[in-house]
Design a binder for this molecule. Sequence first.
Ligand code: GN1
Ligand code: MG
Length: 352
Amino acid sequence: MRETAQQFRTEGTIIGCVPFGSGHINQTWLVVTNQPHLYILQRVNTETFRDPEGLMNNILMVTKHLRKQDPDPRHVMTLVKLRDGRDYILNGRKELWRMYEYVTGGVCLDRAETAADFRNSGIAFGSFQKKMADFPAEQLTETIPGFHDTPKRYEALHEAIREDRAGRVKDVQPEIGFMLEREAGAGLLQRMLRAGGLPLRVTHNDTKLNNVMLDEKTREPLCILDLDTVMPGLAANDFGDSIRFGASTAEEDEKDLDKVHLDLELYRAYAEGFLGSCGDRLTRAERETLPDGARIITLENAVRFLTDYLNGDTYYHIERPEHNLDRTRTQMALTREMEKNDGIIRKMMSAI
Ligand code: GN1
Ligand code: MG
């Protein structure tokens, strides 16, 4: 790995590479040198991202577009070139390696410590969307086709149930029942999109709180991380995935479900930040579907985690045998609370 890191134009000599972050798909290391400079080295999962060139082109175009509007190096991810001038390594084994400058003095949170932190992440994702609004979306590769096509995620669940590769179907009947009861409603946003009722935007599609970096001291938003899934998508999904992850009172893989609740104050704080920075760009239908986005993407994540559990844990990194099942259950608990509080949420949203 150090040999790989050495191919990039780092300042100083590389002393070591330490595993870093909490991503479920790619592998990430912090690269330490004998200079103050730090770097992030990543091996991108090319089983998941089947078009590595398209993905890296997206990132090059998107970071360039963002940098044009705000050149502060702490406000946008900066790729480090290779010594031979290339932007990334794609080797004969189809491994994709890339390096970023490490943004110093920033933090990424797995859980909001205060409502202000979460509001700031809403500002960050809202302004990301606003800055990307004039970018021609058709130039972007769809890095994972159908990524937030919820009915397609359901098809994968049905296949996993039919095949029952890990022999686990018998153990998760209540969870399967939960998903099936909600299947008909899960296609709402896709149907609206196809009927021309919602516009396609350039969206991030993985707007978890830990994908935004805040200033360690001031907690002001610095930059948006993980641009692998930036592609044409729905505003409601970006809003929704943030709520799913950050408005929860517990982490995504909490085992004790009594701890997992939807925090409406956090929900409101995020909505204020997000709408404050891009609300004027949204159509009325987009605004109205934001709570649907939150509920459906939470359900979608539950479906995806359960599918992976049934397939024998082949997609997400796991650290314990029932990790994907624990994740499924937290997402189910949050989905239920979003359903139960739908009226209150809509009232709250229309007052912002
Ligand atoms: C994955 O790797 P990470 O943690 O950034 C996943 C998201 C899920 C998320 C759940 C490419 O993101 O879609 O919502 O896990 N990314 C991909 O935590 O599948
Ligand atoms: Mg990600």
